[in-house]
Design a protein around this ligand. Structure first.
Ligand SMILES: [Zn+2]
Length: 293
């Protein structure tokens, strides 16, 4: 940890200023190193920080951050959306796109807007297309169709290797911190696979499907209608996956750009949905590996 907060802030702001100058001079390779260093510093310093995970306390944390941002003259639009999003979370709900739209930040001066910019930046005059759009996560555009299909094929094979030889008892054992057992992670993969398959069907059947927002994460410890053994849960996940892959083979290149409307994330293409689910699975592999150890 860096002890001197002012020194830390100065270093970070200087990295951003330097990157912008380097980009202005066409030195993009140097600029990318400065931006990566700034991102790395922030993640490295935030990694060991303890942030509560229960929704009520987390909502208080968001409220606190919003107040601090308000003192730093953050856009009122973004602050209002943060408060609304926290209110949904405090009620145990996911914040919909209508309450918490995607933010766009001017790459020049930092001006924020929560609507896709149509006019040049009112502060610095930068063109609308140059704003940076912040998506809810990187999964939407992580993988192109072929790579996404390959990932969807590979992940069950990786999971199979990880759980090979483990007893049901070992897989039903909760994590030392009381968190998910391997069984819960397998259930979660199977649940997410079910949502993916349902949505692929919707994209096949409807021109502009509406995609309901699903708190899939919250279902992992729900044992209703689960096969009894972890291995049976895994096998039903694999069988369902094979069926989804078969459907995806039937899509023509133009089909991948079909647009649906997601309650939580707004307009999303089939390509983005498939990328989302394929990339999401990768984040659970480390969790299984840690529990195997
Ligand atoms: Zn600007």
């Amino acid at each position: 940890m860096i002890d001197d907060t002012t020194q830390w802030t100065d270093a970070l702001i200087h990295l951003f200023a330097l990157a912008a100058r380097l980009e202005g001079e066409g030195q993009y390779n140097l600029a990318k190193l400065m931006r990566a260093a700034a991102d790395s510093l922030c993640r490295r310093e935030s990694y060991p920080l303890e942030i509560p995970s229960d929704p009520e306390r987390l909502a208080v944390e968001v409220q606190r951050a919003t107040e601090a941002l308000s003192r730093l003259n953050m856009s009122a639009e973004l602050l209002a959306a943060s408060r609304q999003g926290a209110a949904f979370m405090a009620q145990g709900k996911l914040s919909p796109i209508t309450a918490t739209p995607h933010p766009y930040v001017c790459r020049g001066c930092g001006h924020v807007t929560l609507a896709p910019p149509a006019e040049p930046c009112p502060i610095c005059g930068a063109f609308a297309e140059t704003f940076q759009k912040f998506m809810p996560n990187y999964w939407f555009d992580a993988l192109q169709p072929e790579a996404a299909r390959e990932r969807l094929r590979q992940t069950p094979l990786v999971v199979e290797q990880l759980i090979a030889g483990l007893s049901d008892e070992a897989m039903n054992q909760a994590a030392p911190d009381g968190g998910w057992a391997i069984r819960n992670t397998l259930s979660h993969l199977r649940d997410a696979q079910g949502v993916l398959d349902f949505r692929v069907d919707l994209f096949l059947q409807e021109a502009h499907p509406v995609l309901e927002s699903k708190a899939v994460f919250a279902w992992a410890k729900n044992e209703a209608e689960r096969p009894p053994s972890p291995r049976a849960i895994f096998e039903s996940y694999c069988a369902a996956r094979a069926e989804t892959l078969r459907k995806l083979e039937s899509f023509a290149p133009a089909d991948w750009e079909r647009v649906g409307y997601h309650e939580e994330f707004g307009a999303v293409t089939l390509r983005q949905q498939v990328s989302y689910f394929a990339a999401h699975e990768g984040t659970h592999l480390a969790q299984i590996r840690a529990l195997c150890g």
